[in-house]
Structure formats: C-alpha cells, structure tokens
Design a protein around this ligand. Structure first.
Ligand code: SAM
Length: 240
C-alpha cells in the first residue's frame, strides 16, 4: 500500500467513530407502542411513562390565564434561574411565550430562543413582541425530534410543562444537551406526580424519580430540586 493510500485509510478509520456517533439515532427499543392509548396519551411509552398528547394552540388562553401567576409563580421561577444579562436562553416548548417574555427582561444583552413545533404559538409570540417592542426573543420552529438550537449556543434551557408531551423525548434531550454550552443548565418544571392534590391530569404530571431516570442517560448532572412552587418541581441539571 502506498504511503498516500495508507494515510487516507488511517484518516478514514480515525473519522469513522465520530461520524458514526453523529448519525446515531435513539437506541433501538427505547419506545414501546401499546395496543391502546390512555385518555390524553399517545400510546407510546418511554422508560415506563406514557407520553402525553400535545396541547394544541387553540388552548393557548389557558397558558395565559390570570390565576397562573399565583398557581405557578412565574416571576419567582425566572428570578430563581439566576440569569446573567448577557445569557442566551432556550425556552423549549415555549407556547405563547408566558416564560419567554419574563426571561427576555432579565437578559437585555442576551436573548431568548423560543422554540415550539406549532407555528401558531410562534405567531402569538411575534404578535406580542411587536405590541410590546421586545427585540430579544427569537422564535424557532422546531421539529418533534429536534430543537434546532445551534450546537453549544445556550447558557440555559427552560422546559416548563412541555417535556412530558415530547413525542421523541430521547432525541429532544440529545438536541438540548448538544445546544448547551459546557456548564450550561437545564431547568425542568413539571407538575408533581407525587402529590394527588395537584389538580392536573395524570399524564401531565411527572415524579422526581422519573425525571431523574430520564435525564440520567444524558451527559447531565443533577444539581438540585427547588420546592417552593405550589404545584411543580423545579429541577436543575447541568452539563459538565
Ligand atoms: C403545555 S404547553 C407549555 C408552554 C409554555 N412552556 C408555558 O409553560 O406556558 C407545551 C408546549 O410544548 C410544545 N411542544 C410539544 N412538543 C414539542 C417539541 N418536540 N418541540 C418543541 N415544542 C414542543 C407544544 O407545542 C406546546 O406549545
């Protein structure tokens, strides 16, 4: 074999593992389809949990309901994110932007990337941006399995009441971890499954144990759970 040919072969062998890793999808068998689905569910199970259906944009008014400010204390949530003015934040499953607009005020020299799969939700965000003169929120139309966050671009990802309805949670978390800068954080809020008094349908709730199990398969460390909210866990993870 010529020197040139053997050098090319060596290059190919060295590059193969990384390009192979990039092309890899979800591990085989990670999703299990049940013969029937529960009310509000999609009939697909991930790590023992049935995935919930997506909340349609027609119900966006529910996200903006006035009583949500005391039921979910959104201003306290964003205050506890400890954002820096220059931070780039991903609000994944942003909906009508209930959290995006609050975070945008705290990152005047940064921005919020508001990702959703429903263009109608993004249209609501654009309308409000124009009405309020907000310039540091960027809407991104994601795919069901891809946030479209640029690699290594965000300091923090916020997931409020959204993760449980991702039809492809494994791919979404891969995409989120890929989008985070080293040291970046994922903050996940879900209604407490452990608490029967939280008046939310079962598939829209998650236990801390289940969240930890699902995050443990990614390059993320559990940091802490903040338990000051009336209905939700606020769980924080960080990328090494
Ligand atoms: C219940 S809403 C919550 C919206 C917002 N986070 C809030 O708390 O007001 C969930 C949102 O997640 C979005 N969603 C569901 N699957 C998604 C995915 N794979 N990628 C991005 N957004 C998704 C839905 O379109 C919906 O707008």
């Amino acid at each position: 074999m010529s020197y040139r040919r053997s050098a090319l072969t060596l290059l190919f062998v060295l590059l193969l593992p990384s390009s192979f890793a990039l092309a890899q999808g979800a591990p085989a068998g990670i999703y299990v389809d049940a013969p029937e689905r529960s009310t509000g569910g999609i009939g697909r199970f991930y790590m023992g949990r049935e995935i919930s259906g997506v909340m349609g944009y027609q119900a966006a008014q529910w996200l903006e309901r006035p009583q949500r400010t005391h039921e979910e204390m959104p201003d306290d949530v964003v205050a506890n994110l400890n954002l820096r003015p220059t931070d780039i934040v991903g609000d994944i499953g942003a909906g009508s932007g209930f959290f995006s607009f609050r975070m945008a005020k705290l990152v005047p020299q940064g921005k919020v990337l508001a990702v959703d799969i429903q263009p109608q939700m993004l249209a609501m965000i654009e309308e409000r941006k124009a009405a309020e003169g907000v310039t540091n929120i960027e809407g991104i139309l994601g795919d069901i399995d891809d946030t479209k966050l640029p690699a290594g671009s965000v300091d923090l990802v916020l997931l409020v009441d959204a993760y449980h309805e991702f039809s492809h949670p494994w791919e979404m978390m891969q995409s989120i971890v890929n989008g985070l800068k080293p040291g970046g954080r994922v903050v996940l809020l879900e209604y407490r499954e452990e608490d029967a008094t939280v008046p939310i349908r079962p598939l829209h709730k998650m236990s801390q144990e289940q969240v930890k199990k699902e995050m443990a398969v990614f390059d993320l460390n559990f940091v802490e759970t903040l338990d000051f909210l009336p209905w939700q866990h606020m769980m924080i993870f960080s990328k090494p």
